[in-house]
Design a protein around this ligand. Structure first.
Ligand code: NAP
Length: 240
């Protein structure tokens, strides 16, 4: 049987490309999403990949969702923590809810999913975890104390969990994407986006497939010596 991979936020943007890439590579894929049923249904129609609706910021919901995926497809061997949101604003205007929801989804979601899958991975002595961080977690970004803190947290989380998994056949790595052409980046005003593209040496936004390529590299069976690392995929915008 081919290995089961769960991708959070797998129905749109970067997550969709990761799901499609994993399926093409022969994995059984489960795509999670939060609430956009229309996009999720269209994704399944396009890709043939089943979707699972649950909120990654809620541990009980993750436990139920991962149990359902286990029943439907088999035990999870690969977890890609990709679900993320932005609630941008300078700190003097940011309310506590915008801080908390970004921390709970982007960083808490990563804890919740790992907490649900790690015991099975330890028992089976195999696991591949890839956490999607961000260039803005590495470099910071104006108007994003919440997002930068959560993403920076992901990079520390990755290194700590990599140490815990290393003796058990579990690798844990992060990818730090630069600016990628998805709904998230399309929400950035055009004048700001032009300035961002001007700072990318490769001269374009990333494509979701550019990030999926990194995930496929990190989850391979023979990538077992790569753990605790962060792969920056950003067109040369930030060399870290
Ligand atoms: P996107 O197009 O906005 O898609 C976000 C996905 O996450 C959707 O499938 C969404 O589900 C899901 N999601 C959001 N909150 C969730 C929750 N609480 N529980 C479960 N699923 C949830 O995002 P993207 O641009 O592809 O970004 C994917 C990841 O890459 C994020 O972690 C983001 O921070 C990171 N990243 C993106 C960029 C970029 O330039 N785009 C750069 C660096 C890092 P619904 O459709 O149901 O809402």
């Amino acid at each position: 049987m081919s290995k089961v991979a769960v991708v959070t936020g797998g129905t749109r943007g970067i997550g969709e490309a990761i799901c499609v890439g994993l399926k093409a590579a022969g994995y059984q894929v489960a795509a999670n999403y939060a609430g956009n049923d229309e996009k999720a249904q269209a994704f399944t129609e396009r890709s043939g990949i089943p979707v699972y609706k649950f909120d990654v910021s809620n541990l009980a919901a993750c436990q139920q969702g991962i149990a359902q995926i286990g029943q439907d497809l088999g035990p999870v061997a690969i977890a890609v923590n990709n679900a993320g949101i932005t609630r941008d604003g300078t700190i003097h205007r940011m309310d506590q809810e915008d801080w908390q929801s970004v921390i709970d989804t982007n960083l808490g979601g990563c804890f919740n999913i790992c907490r649900c899958v790690i015991a099975g991975m330890r028992e089976r002595s195999f696991g591949r975890i890839v956490n999607i961080g961000s260039i803005n977690g590495q470099a910071g970004q104006y108007g994003q104390v919440n997002y930068a803190a959560a993403k920076s947290g992901i990079h520390g989380f990755t290194k700590a969990l990599a140490q815990e998994g290393a003796g058990k056949g579990i690798t844990v790595n992060a990818i730090a994407p630069g600016y990628v052409d998805t709904d998230m980046v399309r929400a950035v005003p055009d004048n700001i986006l032009e300035k961002i593209i001007a700072q990318i040496p490769v001269g374009r936004l990333g494509r979701a497939e550019d990030i999926a390529r990194g995930v496929l590299f990190l989850v391979a069976d023979d990538a077992d010596f790569i753990t605790g690392s962060t792969l920056s995929i950003n067109g040369g915008q930030h060399m870290y």
